[in-house]
Design a protein around this ligand. Structure first.
Ligand code: NAD
Ligand code: WQD
Length: 329
């Protein structure tokens, strides 16, 4: 199978490409490098010993994107490309709507024109807003609290409408929970520019001395120890979910949660990180962060049943591999 991977130089895309190559799939990458670096391509080649084709193209440039559809005959698309910083999306909503929506509409339009009908799309647990109960199932009500999340929900709606208009499309929407961890090689990982917003990139920077102290946003949530609970999933398990989605015999429009089904609090994650890596993470309790919810974790039963999804990495593995990447880089 030949797969077009948009956003393939990014964190989740690059790890998924390792899995695709291990499964003998051929990979074409399109990335504008707006949030990634070209050296990821060499690292992928070094880890796998296999070649990939890379095009530095912004998906918002439809005519440039068309050249790839003309040149490469691929069977399916995994669409990771998009901007993902929640806070930035509140400050620059138009940039988020333009980048995430125009790119996707261009891609889908060209897929239709060139008769490429299979797509796997990166959605997010953010589309569940503040869930009514836990664990979160795929049929729970959807709502969003920031422009980033709204772009994900809008793209899900676009995909559903596209499918209604043309049911020869084979669409899989994957709703990721909180991906962390890195490939064992230590070559690929999450490397955000500037001060990180997400918890794990912040923890590792404090551990290596690049940031002085971790602010734990709130200790009065209705959770096991008062700190926020999330469903952290190893990025390599997430990558595996994409290969399973491509191989899925069930066609049509499908939606799956990709999480472990287990909640971990901020304090539990920080303490585990310290323990497995034998390193100190300075921390202090700080006020709650606007928009945060008490707890969020997935029911992954549907992905288990229909995809054979079976996440195998523990929180300990995730902490070890995240630290290993940052120490090496
Ligand atoms: P990332 O920023 O590391 O990767 C995204 C890639 O897309 C980057 O390489 C970027 O340069 C590229 N890109 C962005 N806009 C583009 C455009 N218009 N044209 C071409 N390339 C473009 O992010 P990630 O963590 O790997 O996330 C991948 C996808 O998964 C995103 O759509 C994100 O919203 C979604 N997601 C991520 C998380 C998370 O916590 N990391 C959770 C849920 C969903
Ligand atoms: C996790 C927990 C914080 C930083 C976000 C997006 C979501 C998805 C994944 C893309 C919370 C606490 C954090 C810090 C802290 N991304 N925290 N100190 O908010 O669950 O989800 O990333 O789709 O859309 O909203 O992840 O890693 O930011 O926070 O105490 O410095 O860590 O309050 O409880 P979140 P996160």
């Amino acid at each position: 199978m030949k797969v077009l991977v948009t956003g393939g130089c990014g964190y989740i895309g690059s790890h998924t490409i390792l899995e695709l190559l291990k499964n003998d799939m051929e990979v074409i990458i399109v990335d504008s490098l707006i949030n990634s670096k070209k050296d990821v391509i060499d690292k992928i080649k070094k880890i796998t010993g296999k070649d990939v084709t890379f095009y530095e193209i912004d998906l918002c440039d439809k005519e440039k994107l068309r050249t790839i559809f003309e040149k490469e005959k691929f069977d399916s698309v995994i669409h990771f490309a998009g901007l993902k910083a929640v806070g930035e999306s509140v400050e620059k909503p138009l940039m988020y709507y333009e980048n995430n929506l125009i790119s996707t509409i261009n891609l889908l339009d060209l897929m239709k024109e060139y008769n490429v009908k299979k797509i796997v799309f990166s959605s997010s647990a953010t589309v569940y807003g503040n869930p009514q109960s836990l664990p979160i199932k795929e049929d729970f009500p959807l709502s969003t609290t920031n422009p980033y999340g709204t772009t994900k929900l809008m793209i899900e709606t676009i995909l559903k409408d596209l499918y209604k208009s043309d049911n020869s499309f084979d669409i899989t929407i994957l709703r990721y929970f909180n991906p962390i961890g890195a490939d064992k090689s230590g070559l690929l990982g999450e490397d955000p520019n500037g001060i990180p917003n997400n918890l794990m990139p912040y923890i590792v920077r404090v551990a290596v001395g690049k940031l002085p102290i971790l602010n734990i946003f709130g200790d009065d949530y209705n959770t096991v120890d008062g700190t926020g609970v999330r469903d952290y999933i190893h990025v390599c398990d997430l990558a595996d979910g994409h290969v399973l989605a491509l191989k899925n015999k069930k066609t049509g429009l499908k939606i799956y949660n990709l999480g472990t089904g287990k909640g971990t609090s901020v304090l539990e994650l920080v303490n585990t990180f310290e323990h497995v890596n034998n390193v100190k993470v300075n921390r202090q309790i700080a006020p709650r962060r606007d928009g945060d919810i008490d707890a969020c974790y997935a029911s992954n039963e549907l992905a288990k049943q229909e995809l054979g999804f079976n996440p195998k990495y523990t929180i300990e593995d995730m902490c070890r591999d995240s630290y290993n990447f940052v120490k090496n880089n």
